[in-house]
Design a protein. Structure first.
Length: 357
């Protein structure tokens, strides 16, 4: 706080306080822009590396030339048909999961409120695996079934948690239980299926970008082109809602409508990302907290969470392709290696603080 100088008038003190607040806000905005630019630069750098390395290593200049229509036939096939769709899909999946997790966690004011923890991804998995193994659904229809499953699971969890409003803790607990039940459905269906089909379903359940092509990129890109602006529009109510229902209503927010809009957007984001790559674990869980630590005091930091999610999936997929020689791991294996220790740390801190189970 600034001290009171002798002879200073109340108007002068007020003006001094206003200037101090303005300086703090300017510093926060500058940090937000710098961090966002840094994250974007990191995404671009890892994206370029992912297009360059592999069984056929290419100089970056050759990659850029190929992207702009040059290069020979072999370079065009490797870059444009094999590596580019996979790298783009990694970015889009990371954006979807990162943005979804940040909305859930900020809206429900609970770090465990992530779609892969509270049953949203489990709903997508249950419907997709059932449709694939029992009804031989594939392609876009399978992606649509995963999206339908996530939306249905989100609606069911919301209705079960609603008691004259929705408390974040209650929704998380119901979501965890609901997700566990849906996981049992998945394993039951797999146990009754052909071994080869069950193995393919299991690979999808780990979350993978192996073998992905433009056929998965365009639907996800189209969905995000709609959902990201809708989420940005709905997120204008996120600030008041984070203060609690009573405070938000006092500030003029339409609590239930705004909450439903945000939950719907976050559920759909997780659903379309899951439909494209399977339930890639822990991306939605860790992207938001990392982003909020990078820009403290900036609320949900949704753009930063989206970029953080994209960076996590890109780095994880790069590691999944090249950590072990001649073996391509599912990207979900690598993200779980990152996310599982964070979950254990979060639970340990909660128990030390007396808020654990």
């Amino acid at each position: 706080m600034t001290g009171t100088r002798p002879g200073e008038t109340p108007d002068a003190r007020l003006a001094d306080a206003v200037r101090t607040v303005a300086r703090v806000r300017d510093r926060g905005r500058r940090r937000s822009v710098v961090v966002a630019a840094g994250l974007l630069a990191a995404v671009v750098a890892v994206f370029a590396v992912s297009l360059s390395v592999g069984d056929m290593v290419m100089p970056l200049g050759t990659v850029v030339e190929t992207l702009f229509g040059g290069g020979d036939g072999g370079s065009r096939f490797v870059v444009l048909e094999l590596r580019l769709p996979r790298a783009l899909l990694a970015v889009l999946v990371g954006v979807g999961f990162g943005l979804s997790g940040a909305v859930f966690q900020s809206l429900l004011r609970n770090p465990l409120a992530s779609p892969d923890i509270i049953g949203i991804s489990a709903g997508a998995s249950a419907v997709a695996v059932t449709a694939s193994l029992l009804f031989q659904v594939s392609g876009l229809a399978l992606s649509g079934s995963a999206l339908l499953g996530s939306v249905a699971a989100g609606a069911a969890i919301y209705l079960l948690a609603w008691r004259q409003g929705v408390a974040g803790q209650r929704l998380v607990l119901i979501g965890v239980g609901f997700g566990t039940g849906l996981s049992s459905v998945v394993w039951y269906v797999m146990a009754r299926s052909d071994t080869t089909d069950a193995q393919e379903a299991y690979l999808w359940l780990t979350g993978t970008l192996n073998g992905r092509s433009w056929g998965q990129v365009w639907p996800l890109l189209t969905a995000l082109a709609v959902l990201v602006p809708l989420t940005a529009l709905a997120a204008r109510a996120l600030g008041p809602l984070r203060l609690g229902d009573d405070a938000a209503a006092g500030l003029g927010a339409r609590v239930e409508r705004d909450r439903l809009a945000l939950l719907g957007c976050a559920t759909a984001l997780a659903g379309v990302a899951t439909a494209a790559a399977g339930p890639v674990g822990f991306v939605a869980f860790v992207a938001g907290p990392i982003a909020r630590r990078l820009v403290p005091g900036r609320g949900a930091a949704l753009p930063h969470a989206a970029l953080t999610g994209a960076l996590i999936v890109l780095v994880a997929d790069l590691g999944a392709q090249h950590l072990l020689p001649s073996v391509q791991l599912p990207v979900g294996v690598v993200t779980s290696i990152i996310g599982a220790p964070y979950l254990l740390l979060l639970l340990a801190r909660a128990n030390r603080g007396g808020s654990g189970g």
